[in-house]
Design a protein around this ligand. Structure first.
Ligand code: CMP
Length: 139
């Protein structure tokens, strides 16, 4: 089915000027970028976004990294967009990511892994709603 997923091009990607190269991979995979903006997350916004991980040992570092520099937040649309984008991103740990994936090519380590993508339809809807008004998404 035609789906939407939420994506973040993370601080390690914006710092290294990789947003265009990553967008090229997204588009080559058949996903359409139907909303996109550059934002500098506050700590509070990063904490809200990653609230599901708040008991994990890496939570503090994650919030610190995500609010340390600008990111690009996006809505991607396509057939099975949630799973498709997860395939294009590759494994969370770049050492385990398949050849040709965004994380294999660009990620530095588990924390600085260049991109985030929603893991399920409910989280996609929730994440999109945190960052975009309905009229900012133009399909
Ligand atoms: P992301 O898809 O943005 O969701 C949570 C992030 O936490 C994840 O990508 C990683 O960048 C980061 N992270 C850091 N350490 C870990 C870990 N041990 N397991 C999972 N995610 C981690």
């Amino acid at each position: 089915a035609l789906e939407r997923t939420f994506s973040i091009l993370k601080p390690d990607a914006t710092r290294r000027n990789l947003t265009g190269l990553i967008n090229a991979k997204i588009e080559a995979a058949g996903l359409r970028i139907v909303a996109q903006k550059r934002v500098h997350m506050t700590r509070a916004q990063a904490e809200t976004f990653y609230a599901v991980h708040k008991e994990r040992p890496f939570f503090g570092e994650l919030v610190e990294q995500m609010s340390a520099a600008p990111v690009v937040v996006q809505v991607l649309e396509g057939e099975n967009a949630i799973l498709r984008y997860r395939e294009v991103m590759g494994a969370t740990n770049p050492e385990k990511a398949d050849a040709g994936t965004i994380r294999k090519e660009y990620a530095l380590n588990m924390g600085e892994n260049s991109v985030h993508g929603s893991d399920a339809p409910e989280t996609a809807a929730q994440e999109i709603a945190q960052w975009f008004a309905g009229n900012e998404i133009v399909g």
